[in-house]
Design a protein around this ligand. Structure first.
Ligand code: FES
Length: 140
């Protein structure tokens, strides 16, 4: 699928990764337009249901990204997110999804360059894996 353009849903923390995305934009850094940002106040509020729903509705990948460990504005929300993502990665194959489609990253507010690089890398990784298993079933 040469013309495959993945849809990536990114749940990003307001205080860190969202600010880094904003910085990337104001710094005119280029990154693929495949990423749809969903701003949340903390990665700790990303319910696993949101992730599963994104996959079931056609996302090719889901990214959860927030403050570095120790920097969470709600003390330990990012640690909760890390535990949930670990469990989700174990559960996703039972739904028929490759666990490489779910990523967790820490991108601080001043890391605009890291944000742009992470998005570019994620898009190229997902292009290599191909369209989501849910989309493939819809085609058949
Ligand atoms: S406030 Fe950013 S991950 Fe919790």
């Amino acid at each position: 699928m040469e013309d495959f353009e993945p849809i990536i849903i990114a749940f990003v923390c307001n205080w860190c990764t969202y600010t880094a995305a904003d910085l990337a934009g104001t710094s005119r850094l280029l990154y693929p337009a495949n990423v749809r940002l969903v701003r949340v106040m903390c990665t700790g509020m990303v319910d696993p249901k949101y992730v599963v729903k994104a996959f079931l509705e056609g996302a090719d990948a889901v990214l959860v990204s927030g403050c570095h460990p120790g920097d969470c504005h709600y003390i330990n929300g990012n640690f909760k997110a890390r535990r949930r993502i670990k469990l989700l990665k174990e559960i996703l194959p039972q739904f028929g999804f490759d666990d490489k489609r779910l990523k967790l990253t820490w991108i601080g507010a001043s890391d605009g360059i890291q944000f742009a690089e992470t998005m570019s890398r994620l898009v190229s990784d997902i292009k290599a894996i191909g369209p989501s298993e849910a989309k493939m079933q819809m085609v058949i």
